[in-house]
Design a protein around this ligand. Structure first.
Ligand code: NAP
Length: 292
């Protein structure tokens, strides 16, 4: 079994980006600049946004964090997005999800200029991805592709099963794994909560990508010998063994399945750090005006 080490790979990518920033500056360019908007003070969202801001510092980017109270109006949030859209010193803008119920997430996503949508969630960028045109790929699926590529995992002709069909992970992942590309060229089965006989399907997977948000859902009886497993899930559970009082669990029962796997990602230290590395990569692409 080979561990797909997302933490190490993400650090490698960050080092590569940091070198590019130095080169940009020595060529007379400016530092890439990422803006993040956080609404409310949900613990998990705070952790993710802080990790993104810290990652910006590490690679030499500028970052701006805009905070709003949980009861901010949709209009006020949209006005801030418009302001950042017009600010030519900012290359990338992300709005940390989920948003409170009174705010329409799709309206917010569509308000971000596609040129600054470094999360790759805007319908224009999702469409470009589906058509295999240059775009900002959604960070989590793109991070998974990068991990497969850097570990040289064979994908051509393989059966890839994706569990979960969210707009940010499962659906784009299924499109990317089916593309005529490397990584890609898989025969893809996209499964969800209405899928019948899920175990029978997952047992035929050469590559299993799990993104449903249910801790330790995938167990050894659901997979075949030699499978590659990518565990996207992050569930915070209380723990009296950690300083913080909680720990992270993936969607896969790692200890149960690991001996059957050719490759597997851990949680934490797998897909999570890769997501942040790709966000930085997309921001660099925006600063260099590579896509638009
Ligand atoms: P989501 O929007 O909640 O979607 C979950 C998907 O799983 C849905 O498509 C749902 O089906 C499907 N599902 C639920 N129960 C199922 C079951 N019993 N069998 C088969 N499919 C089932 O989730 P998400 O935003 O994609 O996130 C999934 C997980 O990944 C979460 O733990 C999240 O925290 C984590 N995540 C991690 C990263 C990272 O950087 N590592 C990034 C994003 C998300 P229906 O469509 O039928 O409801």
């Amino acid at each position: 079994m080979i561990l797909l080490d997302g933490k190490k790979t993400a650090n490698d990518i960050k080092e590569e980006i940091a070198i590019e920033v130095v080169n940009l500056l020595s060529d007379g360019g400016k530092k890439p600049h990422l803006a993040a908007i956080l609404v409310g003070n949900d613990g998990a969202s705070e952790t993710y946004v802080n990790a993104k801001v810290k990652a910006c510092e590490k690679v030499g980017f500028d970052s701006t964090l805009v905070r709003f109270n949980i009861d901010v109006s949709e209009d006020k949030l949209l006005a801030e997005i418009e302001k950042i859209n017009r600010n030519s010193s900012i290359d990338g803008l992300i709005v940390q999800l989920p948003l409170p119920k009174h705010i329409n997430e799709m309206k917010v996503t569509e308000a971000i200029l596609p040129e600054k949508d470094v999360d790759g969630f805007h319908p224009a960028n999702i469409g470009r991805m589906a058509l295999n045109l240059p775009t900002y790929l959604p960070a989590t699926p793109a991070g998974i592709l990068e991990l497969l590529q850097r570990y040289e995992v064979e994908t051509l002709g393989k059966h890839c099963v994706v569990i979960g069909r969210s707009h940010i992970v499962g659906s784009p992942m299924s499109i990317l794994m089916a593309r005529n590309n490397y990584p890609g060229n898989c025969t893809v089965t996209l499964t969800h909560s209405r899928t019948k006989n899920l175990n029978e399907i997952t047992k035929t997977a050469d590559i299993l990508i799990v993104a449903l948000g249910k801790a330790e859902f995938v167990t050894t009886d659901m997979v075949k010998q030699g499978v590659t497993i990518i565990d996207v899930g992050i569930t915070r559970v209380k723990s009296d063994k950690t300083k913080s009082g909680w720990k992270l669990l993936g969607d896969v029962d790692f200890e149960d399945v690991k001996n059957k796997c050719s490759y597997i990602t851990p949680v934490p230290g797998g897909v999570g750090p890769m997501t942040i590395a790709i966000l930085l990569k997309n921001t660099l692409l925006s600063a260099k005006r590579v896509i638009y």
